[in-house]
Design a protein around this ligand. Structure first.
Ligand SMILES: [Mg+2]
Length: 242
């Protein structure tokens, strides 16, 4: 059944190299979101912590209308500037310090402090050593989920977290029907978005590692970054085509 025409849309977009980077035309996107009727809500979804994403937003010339920020691979959600505590409460058994000692104990290096949060441990583990690192995690007294991307990014989070699950939960919390939830990304650490949400936008500058793995039904924009997001919003009918 199609969604009633007045219900809002929600665009959940990755930040680095999906929304921003290289003189990305954010002004046009800001304008389109401001004029959209029914409203198109925007949420950012990053592997970086919420505080780091917020600092990036504060540094922009435009004021992007951002309803929520999902940070640290879905381990943190802030709605209207307030932490969504019920979301994080489900990760209580995950103990980052134990993940930390399991990985550091075998000589792998943690990324800098700005990439770490209570429910995300972020390390550099070369690809050929990642199966050994995953094995080390199975010895912990709780389940872990690994998100690996690029040459050596190795992030460990609770199984119930992740960019995709967080996006679906956020849409529900904001009263947006599944049929009006759109997600957008550029790299393999966004794959989780496309695995949980049917309507996806892959921006024109996306890495091959993502292009190779998303479903053929996902919209592939020709334009890079914010211009690609606009293309995707038009494709799905969230904003007018012309
Ligand atoms: Mg990215």
């Amino acid at each position: 059944m199609p969604a009633p025409p007045t219900q809002p849309w929600l665009l959940v977009s990755d930040v680095d190299d999906t929304l921003l980077g290289d003189a990305s035309p954010v002004a046009e996107l800001t304008k389109a979101l401001g004029e959209s009727q029914p409203p198109v809500l925007m949420a950012l979804n990053s592997s970086r912590p919420v505080a780091s994403v917020q600092a990036t937003l504060d540094g922009l010339q435009e004021t992007l209308p951002v309803s929520a920020i999902v940070g640290a691979l879905g381990t943190e959600i802030e709605i209207g500037g307030d932490p969504w505590k019920a979301w994080q409460a489900q990760f209580a058994e995950f103990r980052r310090e134990l993940v930390w000692s399991a990985l550091e104990g075998q000589g792998w290096q943690a990324h800098s402090a700005e990439f770490q949060t209570p429910f995300k441990a972020s390390f550099a583990v070369p690809r050929e050593q990642q199966s050994r690192a995953r094995q080390a995690l199975t010895e912990l007294p709780f389940a872990c989920r690994v998100i690996a991307s690029g040459e050596s990014d190795f992030d460990v989070i609770p199984p119930m977290a992740g960019k995709g699950r967080a996006s679906v939960a956020l849409a529900k919390e904001l009263g947006v029907p599944d049929s009006r939830l759109l997600v957008a990304g550029d790299s393999a650490n966004d794959l989780d978005l496309f695995e949980h949400v049917e309507r996806g936008i892959v921006v024109g500058n996306a890495r091959q590692e993502l292009l190779d793995r998303v479903a053929p039904t996902v919209f592939r924009a020709e334009q890079p970054r914010a211009a690609g997001l606009l293309e995707g919003l038009r494709h799905y009918g969230a904003i007018p085509r012309v």
